[in-house]
Every structure is written in C-alpha cells, then in structure tokens.
Design a protein around this ligand. Structure first.
Ligand code: SAM
Length: 412
C-alpha cells in the first residue's frame, strides 16, 4: 500500500475527475460509477440496499429509481454533510400526488462509521461503497470486510476505488493522490489482493472491472497496461446465510438517525391497478380518433392485438411487459367490468376484438337485442380466423363506454 506523503498540487474534485489536466470522460466518470451500481441493483433484483460513504446522497437518488425497492439506507460519518443533503432520500411532492410507488419504500440516512456494526444494517440485500475505502485509515479499513461480509452478509456488494495506475493521465508525480483525504490509491493488483482476501475469509466470489476510459486509450491499454480511472469489485455471496449463533453480534443501534421516512404508496392490488389502467386506456381509445384510425380495418370494427396495450407506458409497467398477465386479468373479470371487453379463448389460444361505432358515425344505434346477437355471432366468426391475443370492445358509442367504465367494480 502506498501512503500519501506529498502535498497534492492539483487534486481531483471527488465528483469530477475531469477537473484536472483537461481530462474528459464521457459520460463523467462519477456518473459511470453510479450507473454501474444501479445496474447491479436492478439485475440482482435486490429489495434492500445500503450505500456506505453516501456523502451528498446522490447514489440514493439513483437507487430510488428501483420501484420495487423496499429499503434504502445511506450511511456516512460526516454529520454536517448528511444534514445538508439527507433531504435527497425523502420523497418528492410528485411521489405523493402523481406517481406513488406500488410497494412502500422505507428510506433511512444514518450518521456513523462503517467500522461499527449497527443492527439496522443486518441482512440488507446489497451494499455499495463508492469511492469510500481510500478515505479510510488502516484501522478502519481493516474493519470493512467484517462489517460488510461478516456482519451484514449481503447477496451482492459493490466497492469502487481509484485505480492508482491511471494517475499518469492526470499528470501526477509518483505518490501524488487525487484527493487530499485519500489515504492510498491502489494498483489493480493491490485491489485484487484485498478483494481476494475478503472472499476467502467470508465466502464470496468477486469480479473486478474497470470504469472510466479515455477516448485515446487503446484496447490493450484499457485491458492490460493501465486500466480505467476507477476499479469496481462486484462480490456475490457463495454460501447460504449463517445460523443465528454463527453470526457476528451487532454493536446495537450506534448510528444517529438523520432521515427516517416511509414513502407514500399505492395500496391497490396489482390486479386492481391493471384493471383501472386498462379501463382508462380503453376509454382513451374510444375517444381519440388518431388512436382509432390505427385500428380500424372495416367499418365499425377494429382488431386490437393485446400487445397494443404495451404502448401505454403505465399499463406496460403494471403488467411488467407481460401480455400473459393481461390475459389472466381478462379471464378473471366479467365482460361488463371492462366496459364490454371480452377475451375469447379456444384450444388455439385467446383472441379478441375491438368493436365500436365510430364517434363520428351517424348511423342509428342498434337495439340492445341486435347488439347482443350481433356481438356473439361476430365473436364466434372471428374466433378461429384471427390472430391470437386481440381484444374485443363492444360499444355503440363512446358515451356508452364511459358509462360502463363507471360501473367497473373496484374489488380484486
Ligand atoms: N460515495 C460518494 C459518491 O459516490 O457520491 C462519494 C464518497 S466520498 C468520496 C467519501 C465519503 O466517505 C465522505 O462523504 C466521507 O465522509 C465518508 N467516510 C469517510 N470515512 C467514513 C467512515 N468511517 N464510515 C462511513 N463513511 C465515511
């Protein structure tokens, strides 16, 4: 490990490695680190995440994008920084009013050291420590593996730190570091050794990658000679969690709570949300002529593939892009509950149609009897001829659909 002995003449701002020597990363390297952490959290489908060394809480804002996250924790030793920036972990006004989450998020920001074992961090699914470890004195650094891998034991942990070998591109002299508070800046080999030791002791696998390259770096320079600006280790838990008696005991609740907030959320069941959203989509379809125009293929009749519903972002999100989920909800619900929509299924699959009288059509409305007879004949006729997964909306004008909408049952 190299100790910081020299006074840096041109230090790199902690968020902006591009501030020295006219070096430019695209996107800025701090954003690349945040994106990498967010990707890991999304891909690992974690429900809870803790960010150590959260500083201005910017990574917490990124994690908030994960809509099925249930717990978000930020920890930093700098109380003043957290008091200034902890608000970033709180819900914004629009999260109360316009777009509440489907699952409640509990967000907390704590002031404390990564060297301490606070009860409330135990069993968090994912831990990140972005450009933190190089700020730690040896006695604190020594405790990091125990806290993360021994005590918390997350499914995944992500640690980033500067790659000292990259400093030549900042024009630094040997021993010069990027920030006045850095206690070391490891080479790739030094970081790998530290990571391997953590894995061997606590039963994790690790994959190390490089973040932040310069446009002129050759493939060989990126992969072998120098590497990237930051290095990132992604640890994954190898073994099952330990029995309670095997677990490292906590130090209690040592961290000071700066923020502790429950996010507003939408309490409807998923089925209820899908039904309400479909009703909205259908009522829009019957009103907006440009949407209708896309669908009409003969007078007073149109076929709408179920996939068409995916074009409506909120509904797409509710069904997680899975048309099958839409079919299932159709099957759960009586026709009337969908403003006359019906899904017709046979052994070849589910078929359905959109049918209405165009709002600008002046032809007289059918009687209810005509309408019912015509609709069932038409459904039967189309059952074996049309492509799979289309939707039937029967309505003799847009107003009727609106009325039917009002009658939709809200229960799941
Ligand atoms: N992770 C932040 C980001 O990506 O935006 C930047 C981290 S900043 C470079 C390092 C942070 O580590 C500082 O906010 C500092 O207060 C915090 N820190 C230093 N020692 C710590 C410790 N023992 N436990 C927790 N945080 C610590």
């Amino acid at each position: 490990m190299t100790e910081n002995t020299s006074e840096p003449s041109a230090e790199v701002d902690k968020d902006d490695e591009e501030s020295v020597n006219n070096i430019r990363f695209s996107p800025p390297v701090f954003r690349q680190r945040y994106s990498a952490a967010l990707d890991v959290a999304k891909k690992s489908k974690v429900k809870s995440v803790a960010d150590f060394g959260c500083a201005e809480c910017k990574m917490l804002i990124m994690y908030k994008n994960i809509l099925n996250l249930e717990r978000l924790v930020g920890v930093d030793i700098d109380q003043e920084l957290l008091r200034l920036h902890g608000y970033r972990a709180k819900p914004l006004m629009h999260e109360f009013i316009v777009k509440p989450r489907n699952i409640q998020l509990h967000a907390q920001v704590f002031c404390g050291s990564i060297a301490n074992l606070d009860d409330r961090l135990r069993d968090v699914d994912m831990v990140s420590a972005i450009e933190l470890i190089e700020h730690l004195y040896p006695d604190v650094l020594e405790k990091v593996p125990k806290t993360i891998f021994g005590f918390i034991r997350p499914k995944v942990a992500l640690i980033t730190t500067p790659n000292g070998e990259f400093n030549k591109y900042f024009g630094f002299s040997p021993g010069q570091f990027r920030h006045w508070d850095h206690k070391f800046e490891w080479s790739r080999e030094q970081f790998k050794q530290w990571c391997d030791n953590c894995c061997n002791k606590y039963g994790y696998d690790v994959e190390i990658s490089q973040i932040g390259f310069l446009g002129f770096q050759s493939k060989e320079d990126r992969e072998q000679v120098t590497g990237g600006c930051s290095q990132m280790a992604l640890f994954t838990l190898k073994h099952q969690q330990l029995e309670e008696e095997e677990r490292i005991k906590s130090d209690g609740q040592l961290y000071e709570t700066i923020v502790d907030v429950l996010y507003p959320f939408d309490e409807r069941s998923q089925t209820q949300r899908i039904i309400h959203e479909m009703s909205y989509v259908i009522s829009r379809l019957t009103r907006e002529s440009e949407l209708l125009a896309e669908l009409v293929y003969e007078p007073q009749k149109a076929v709408m593939p179920l996939e068409k519903f995916l074009e409506f972002p909120i509904l797409k999100q509710q069904i997680e892009g899975d048309v099958q989920m839409l079919e299932d909800v159709f099957k759960l619900r009586a026709t009337a509950e969908f403003a006359g929509i019906e899904l017709v299924c046979d052994e070849s699959g589910c078929k359905s149609f959109v049918k209405w009288i165009h709002p600008y059509d002046n032809s007289p409305s059918e009687t209810e009897e005509d309408f019912n007879q015509w609709s069932s004949e038409q459904v039967a006729e189309n059952t074996d001829t049309n492509q799979c997964s289309t939707v039937d909306v029967w309505s003799n004008n847009a107003r009727q659909v609106d009325e039917a909408d009002v009658k939709i049952e809200m229960g799941s």
